[in-house]
Design a protein around this ligand. Structure first.
Ligand SMILES: [Zn+2]
Length: 179
């Protein structure tokens, strides 16, 4: 496990006092039943999709702090109790992210081509493909930026705490992309 995992786990029960809840966290917290489970029965399809897409994998506690809602799997991944997402905790490199996004973009290019060539589909679908391509082109850069900021923040916290390098978690440093 990466060192970020250790940091997150330390926040598991006490919540994170230094984090402001994002919109998605506030919204998903409002949709929980009294047992703390996500109640989607009364939501329509679009509301459900929006809640899941906005899930930050945390809930907001009554005092405003946030608390993670992940359970550990036996293959070094985590599953969100709210949205069901399976999340590896090593963070893809910018190069890997580009490859993943390019793979989807390639298929979108083909779909756009056959739409126009065959005179099929509608403008809504064409615009959807364009939007996803546009967002995917920026995704590696933005994800990498978030990873870097997180690493910087947890490094600072760690050095304040331990006043030095922690060899236990240090071995996974390389997994965070610097390019
Ligand atoms: Zn989630």
């Amino acid at each position: 496990m990466g060192r970020n995992y250790a940091n997150t786990r330390s926040n598991k029960n006490k919540g994170n006092k230094h984090t402001t809840a994002f919109e998605g966290t506030v919204r998903i917290t409002k949709a929980l039943n009294k047992h703390g489970q996500l109640n989607l029965k009364k939501k329509n399809k679009q509301e459900r999709r929006e809640l899941i897409a906005n899930c930050m994998h945390h809930v907001q506690k009554k005092n405003g702090d946030v608390k993670m809602r992940l359970i550990e799997n036996n293959d070094e991944t985590y599953t969100c109790r709210l949205c069901g997402a399976r999340i590896p905790f090593n963070g893809a490199t910018k190069k890997e992210l580009k490859e993943m996004c390019n793979a989807v973009t390639t298929e979108l290019n083909f779909a756009q081509f056959i739409m126009q060539s065959g005179g099929i589909g509608d403008q809504k679908t064409a615009s959807f493909f364009a939007k996803v391509k546009y967002e995917l082109a920026q995704t590696p850069k933005i994800v990498t930026r978030v990873q870097k900021t997180y690493k910087k923040k947890t490094d600072t916290k760690k050095s304040k705490k331990n006043r030095g390098y922690d060899s236990k978690y240090g071995s996974k440093y390389g997994q965070w992309s610097e390019n």
